[in-house]
Design a protein around this ligand. Structure first.
Ligand SMILES: [Zn+2]
Length: 97
């Protein structure tokens, strides 16, 4: 009988291995990962996706992009801003009399 197998496919819950296995495809297809059911129930994979999204954003900076969404650019810019702020402040820290 194939009952067990059917049960696996029917399940709303995916294992971490299954999810991570299709993660590259999800990224490349540009799907909205926040809609993934597994991420709502698995903090481990949710954290992994956040990391990957951050890396993907950094990578996009190095590539000629096709039409990035304003939200993506906002995130990148604020990330850059936060990063550069400390160093910029140091060199700009000349007291004005
Ligand atoms: Zn997981």
């Amino acid at each position: 009988m194939m009952e067990k197998h059917a049960n696996l496919q029917n399940g709303k819950t995916m294992t971490c291995a299954e999810f991570q296995d299709k993660l590259p495809e999800l990224f490349e297809s540009g799907n909205d990962l926040s809609g993934e059911q597994h991420l709502k129930t698995c903090e481990t994979c949710a954290a992994l996706v956040r990391d990957l999204e951050y890396i993907a954003q950094q990578a996009k900076l190095l590539l000629p992009l096709h039409d990035p969404s304003p939200v993506v650019w906002e995130n990148i810019q604020s990330a850059i801003h936060n990063d550069g702020d400390q160093t910029a402040r140091k060199s700009n820290d000349t007291p004005i009399k």
